[in-house]
Ligand binder design. Structure first.
Ligand SMILES: Cc1ncc(COP(=O)(O)O)c(C=O)c1O
Length: 382
C-alpha cells in the first residue's frame, strides 16, 4: 500500500514488487509525455541506455575505471577512431574540454577558438579559471573557424610578451547548428600543424555532425589529423557522461592525472562506460542523431512557410535558429519551452532530440502559426 513521507502529495510513494519483494518508489514529479524545443539536454535517457545501465548493475567491479566495461570501451572507441585512440570517460562536456585543453598546453599557451564556442561563452570561464588557459576568441561566420582565421590568430609565436597559440579548438557540430565538412577540418588541421599547433574538437554533438555529413566518425577526425576529441554522449541519449578521446598520444600529457585533478574521475565508472558501449557498439548513436537531425529539418521546413518568421542559419544538425517578434516569443514560450539566443535581434533557438516526434514538431509549427497570426491581428487592431 502506498504511504507518504509527510512531505505532501508530490512525494507520495508508489508501491510495486521487485522479485517478489514489495518496494515503493516516489511518483514522478513531472509529466513524462511533455517535450519542448529548449535543448537536447532536456530529453530523458534512451531506453536502450537505461537497459544497459541495469545490465551492468549487480555484483562488485573495480572502481575508478579499472572495470571490465571501461576496458571493453577502449576497443569500441578504437573501432570508430582507429587503433591509437584512448578513451577517458568523464562526467560532462565542460570537464572534457577543460581536461583536453590542459593536457594539450603548457602554462604559457593559448587556445584559438570561435567567439561563439562553448568554451568561450558557456563554461562560466572554466577553461580560464580552472584550466588556467588563455582563449583567443575569433569572430566567425556561422560558428566556424577557417584556415585564414587560424593563421591570423596564430601570430606572436616566440614573443615572450604574448600567450603562445598552441591549440585550435573547433566545435562539430557548432553551437550555431552548422557542420564543418571533412575537407574544411582537414584544411584547418593542415594550417595548425604547419604552425606547430594541435587541434581539439569539441564533439558534444559529434554524432549529429556525422549523421549530417553521412560520414564515419573517423572521416572528419582521425583521418584528417585531429588530435583530441571531446566526445558527447549526454545529448545523444545517455543519462550522464562524455569522453575525452585522445587520437594522437603525442599531443597530450598527464591525462589520467588531469582527469582526477579536475574532479572528473568517476568512481563507479562502469555505469558511464556501459552507456557509451550501448551507444557505440551498434548503431544507436547514429539512429539517435539521424532522428534528431531529421526532426530539425522537418521543423525548419514547417516554420519557413510561416509569414514573418526568418530562419537565420543553415540547418545542418539538430537546431533551428529564427527571428521572431518578441511578443510572439513570449507567448510561444508559455506553450513550449525554448531559449532566446540573442535578446537584441530577437533570435531564438529551437533544438530537437532523439525523442522528438513528428507530432511534436507539427504541433509546435501550428502553435507558431497561430501566435504569428494573432500578432498580426493585434498589431492591426492597435
Ligand atoms: C558545444 C558544447 N560543448 C560542450 C558542452 C558541454 O556542456 P556540459 O558541461 O553542460 O556537459 C555543451 C553543452 O551544451 C555544448 O553545447
Amino acid at each position: 500500500m502506498a504511504e507518504g513521507y509527510g512531505f505532501g502529495p508530490a512525494l507520495a510513494l508508489r508501491a510495486t514488487e521487485l522479485n517478489g519483494t514489495p518496494v515503493t518508489y516516489p511518483a514522478p514529479l513531472h509529466d513524462p509525455q511533455a517535450r519542448g524545443f529548449a535543448s537536447d539536454n532536456y530529453a530523458g535517457i534512451h531506453p536502450e541506455i537505461l537497459e544497459a545501465i541495469a545490465r551492468a548493475n549487480g555484483g562488485h567491479q573495480v572502481a575508478y575505471g579499472a572495470d571490465v566495461y571501461t576496458q571493453h570501451l577502449q576497443g569500441v572507441f578504437q573501432q570508430h577512431f582507429g587503433a591509437d585512440a584512448t578513451a577517458y570517460p568523464v562526467f560532462n562536456g565542460t570537464g572534457a574540454n577543460v581536461i583536453s585543453l590542459q593536457a594539450m598546453t603548457e602554462r604559457w599557451d593559448a587556445v584559438i577558438c570561435a567567439e561563439s564556442a562553448h568554451i568561450n561563452v558557456d563554461e562560466c570561464g572554466a577553461p580560464e579559471r580552472v584550466g588556467g588557459l588563455k582563449l583567443l576568441a575569433v569572430p566567425t561566420s556561422q560558428g566556424k573557424l577557417t584556415p585564414e582565421l587560424v593563421e591570423r590568430a596564430a601570430g606572436g609565436r616566440g614573443d615572450e610578451h604574448r600567450a603562445q597559440p598552441r591549440v585550435v579548438s573547433i566545435t562539430q557540430s557548432t553551437e550555431l547548428g552548422t557542420c564543418y565538412s571533412a575537407d574544411e577540418i582537414a584544411a584547418i588541421v593542415e594550417v595548425a600543424h604547419a604552425s606547430g599547433l594541435t587541434v581539439h574538437l569539441d564533439g558534444a554533438r559529434i554524432a549529429n555532425a556525422a549523421a549530417s555529413l553521412g560520414a564515419p566518425l573517423r572521416r572528419f577526425t582521425t583521418d584528417v589529423g585531429v588530435d583530441v576529441v571531446s566526445f558527447g554522449g549526454t545529448k545523444n541519449g545517455m543519462m550522464i557522461g562524455e569522453c575525452v578521446v585522445v587520437l594522437n598520444p603525442e599531443a597530450v600529457r598527464g591525462m589520467p592525472f588531469l582527469r582526477k585533478l579536475s574532479m572528473q574521475l568517476a568512481s563507479k565508472m562502469r555505469f558511464v562506460s556501459v552507456q557509451f558501449d550501448a551507444l557505440l557498439s551498434g548503431d544507436l548513436w547514429l539512429r539517435n542523431a539521424r532522428h534528431s537531425n531529421a526532426m530539425a529539418a522537418r521543423l525548419a521546413a514547417a516554420v519557413r512557410g510561416v509569414d514573418g518568421v526568418e530562419v537565420q542559419r543553415p540547418v545542418e544538425a539538430n537546431s533551428v535558429f529564427a527571428i521572431l517578434p518578441a511578443a510572439v516569443t513570449q507567448r510561444l514560450q508559455g506553450r513550449y519551452p525554448f531559449y532566446v539566443w540573442d535578446e537584441q535581434s530577437g533570435e531564438v533557438r529551437w533544438m530537437t532530440s532523439f525523442d522528438t516526434t513528428e507530432a511534436d514538431v507539427d504541433g509546435f509549427a501550428a502553435a507558431l502559426r497561430d501566435e504569428m497570426a494573432a500578432d498580426v491581428s493585434r498589431r492591426h487592431a492597435g
